[in-house]
Design a protein. Structure first.
Lengths: 221, 221
DNA sequence: CGATACATTGAGGAGGGTCAATCCGGGTGG
DNA sequence: CCACCCGGATTGACCCTCCTCAATGTATCG
């Protein structure tokens, strides 16, 4: 079980990481309660209405959190990568679904075990704050940025999050990106095509490979 | 100092309330560290870049949290009313401004005092989760709802939040509403006019009074 | 009585949505 | 091995919602 938490530690960004900044007692508790979980691409970790009894940390792979309206409208709340923690709910019930975008592995932390150590609780709050800030940031994008800005900004942030690779391996479909950015798939595709014509990115490969040629131009929007 | 926290308790919704569900020791600590703060309409409680050293609970009045882009684009992240808690930041610096919409009073809770009691820390996390969920909800609106839905939904939620009064007293300008909903003021005004023509709301008074004639129609969108 | 601040309304334009056709690569089954 | 199919990406044409700009209304305040 030790390896579970340590894997998180190795791959995570410091900010969203649950096990960061913990001293032996809290870390020990975290290790004691962590459970392993694995999902294949497309599988659902939890769905709306299900009881929310754990937090999850992504170890490998990629996940998205999705809310769906009755009439089929979808909002992808976030894409999550190794080190990210998710599953926060104000009530004891999930309000969105978590869907693996590829074969993924998770640390599962039962909520019951998280409320009994002060340092752990404080850390938990810090991680929740990071999620909250992330959400507010995205609110600004959805409310006040143009389609071009959203698309370029999205790929820039993804590129940074994935350690600035020469080639981005998108685990999600363009439809998912569109549902994240509050746009239509066609709109995302068009703006991506514009970036390609401008020499900012290369052609999108069939397996989701996207060469990033000019990250600076992406950042500038 | 006792009265401060108790005032929160009296007026707050259970969910976002910091002092809810606390037993004497934690409640005592909360009371011990709570400080009073008052602002006139339009005054700024904190601004981006300022050190974030406290959480705040609204006691009376109304506040909005605002993020502004360099080019003047604004996103109102949330409107806050008695009982709401705000000031969560992942870093020790504020990322948005808090602006009083009218004469308002706050409980100020220094962060330093919040990290030392387990029950308090757990409660803090619960409140942060509630904020987070609120944010995700709004993300869905910004990303996937039409202007008409956003406007109607906004006034419906405000009406519920303010205890379903016959007449809504809007503390904010239409411009603020627009910047909250990712719309233009004119668009908000037009859809509000449509609701008026449909007999769902009455005419908007000069001091922000808005009779709510058919809440059910508002809820239906 | 102007001046200010905000709400309201109209006319016109643009950005993004909608619908539909086509492409493309990979899998499947004959 | 190849024809077929399928999911997703791409592109085009058209349309509608919302934005933009501008004029007008209205209440408050000096």
């Amino acid at each position: 079980m030790l390896a579970l938490v340590d894997t998180c530690q190795a791959t995570a960004t410091a900010r969203g990481r649950l096990c960061a900044c913990l001293e032996p007692p809290a870390l020990g508790r975290l290790r004691a309660i962590a459970a392993d979980e694995r999902l294949a691409a497309g599988e659902v970790l939890f769905a709306p209405g299900q009881p929310a009894q754990s937090l999850y940390g992504v170890r490998q792979g990629a996940v998205m959190l999705v809310r769906t309206l009755g009439d089929g409208r979808r909002q992808v709340l976030s894409f999550l990568f190794p080190g990210d923690v998710f599953g926060f709910e104000p009530d004891a019930v999930h309000s969105c679904s978590a869907i693996a975008l590829r074969r993924s592995g998770f640390c599962r932390f039962p909520l019951a075990g998280l409320d009994e150590d002060l340092q752990l609780a404080v850390r938990l709050h810090a991680v929740a704050c990071a999620c909250l800030a992330e959400g507010l940031e995205h609110m600004l994008r959805l409310g006040r940025m143009t389609a071009a800005e959203r698309v370029a900004g999205f790929f820039y942030r993804l590129w940074v999050r994935l350690d600035r690779p020469a080639e981005l391996h998108l685990p999600m479909r363009l439809l998912d990106v569109a549902d994240h950015l509050g746009l239509r798939m066609e709109t995302v595709c068009r703006h991506l095509a514009a970036l390609r014509r401008a020499g900012v990115v290369g052609p999108l490969g069939p397996d989701g490979d996207l060469p990033v040629l000019d990250p600076e131009a992406l950042r500038r929007r």
